[in-house]
Ligand binder design. Structure first.
Ligand SMILES: *[C@@H]1O[C@H](CO)[C@@H](O)[C@H](O)[C@H]1NC(C)=O
Ligand SMILES: *[C@@H]1O[C@H](CO)[C@@H](O)[C@H](O)[C@H]1NC(C)=O
Ligand SMILES: *[C@@H]1O[C@H](CO)[C@@H](O)[C@H](O)[C@H]1NC(C)=O
Ligand SMILES: *[C@@H]1O[C@H](CO)[C@@H](O)[C@H](O)[C@H]1NC(C)=O
Length: 205
């Protein structure tokens, strides 16, 4: 997409989102900016969503940043990422509220973070279950994977699995409780760039 189109999306999306987020209670949201500095947190300027570092949820992997030339077009939670050069399977361990149904979203923006321009493919698992294959087709097009899950335990594992087709990485992990319709609508609005990738978006109603 051209930068003008980017701008229009950011511009229009930004207004709609600021409006919604003003009225939004983020309680129960878990918004993790993977690869951002340990213990850091920030409010994403266009959405008002509060993101926290992933460092408290995982011991492995390496913090990386997408190429500076691409940062301007995207929300801040994808500027950093965590890559996994070692091990077949690397897992996040996230505390959740038992019995709550969640919409879980993984976001993957390669952004040529390693300067290699080599697009990887890898799997993600939810606990021991296969979630999906992440096939990065373009340096600047984010991939979203979403599912609805009602965890039966107090912890959730999101795992990146190396299948021999490139180094796994992840940009953001977001969980939204689904027991309140307001939250569902607001999550839908969260995906400022989701509308550019209709295939991976789910219906929020
Ligand atoms: C990646 O996507 C951008 C924006 O849509 C496009 O301009 C570019 O040609 C794509 N690159 C490849 C290798 O498909
Ligand atoms: C965000 O960071 C500030 C310090 O900069 C800290 O006081 C606060 O507890 C952090 N919030 C979260 C949710 O981690
Ligand atoms: C996840 O973290 C919890 C503590 O919050 C711990 O009890 C549990 O064993 C961890 N699970 C894994 C698979 O590491
Ligand atoms: C749903 O969210 C609205 C607005 O935040 C709140 O007023 C209402 O009490 C919530 N309902 C439930 C069932 O949690």
């Amino acid at each position: 997409m051209g930068s003008f189109k980017h701008f229009i999306h950011a511009f229009l999306g930004g207004f709609a989102l600021i409006h919604l987020v003003d009225a939004q209670d983020q309680s129960g949201f878990i918004s993790i900016a993977c690869g951002s500095p340990a213990n850091s947190n920030y409010s994403e300027p266009t959405t008002g969503i509060n993101y926290i570092s992933d460092a408290a949820f995982i011991d492995t992997g390496i913090s990386q940043q997408i190429s500076a030339v691409y940062k301007g077009g995207f929300q801040q939670q994808v500027w950093n990422l965590r890559s996994f050069p070692q091990g077949i399977r690397n897992c996040y361990n996230i505390s959740i509220t038992q019995g709550t149904k969640y919409l879980i979203r993984g976001t993957f923006l390669y952004g040529n973070y390693d300067g290699q321009s080599k697009l990887p493919q890898f799997d993600i698992h939810l606990g021991v279950n296969m979630w999906d294959t992440v096939n990065i087709m373009n340096v600047t097009i984010p991939v979203f994977k979403e599912l609805i899950h009602a965890p039966s335990l107090t912890n959730l594992q999101v795992c990146l699995v190396n299948t021999g087709l490139g180094m796994p990485f992840i940009s953001a992990i977001e969980l939204r409780p689904l027991n309140n319709n307001t939250y569902v609508a607001n999550f839908g609005s969260l995906g400022l760039f989701a509308r550019l990738d209709v295939g991976s978006s789910i219906s929020y109603r």
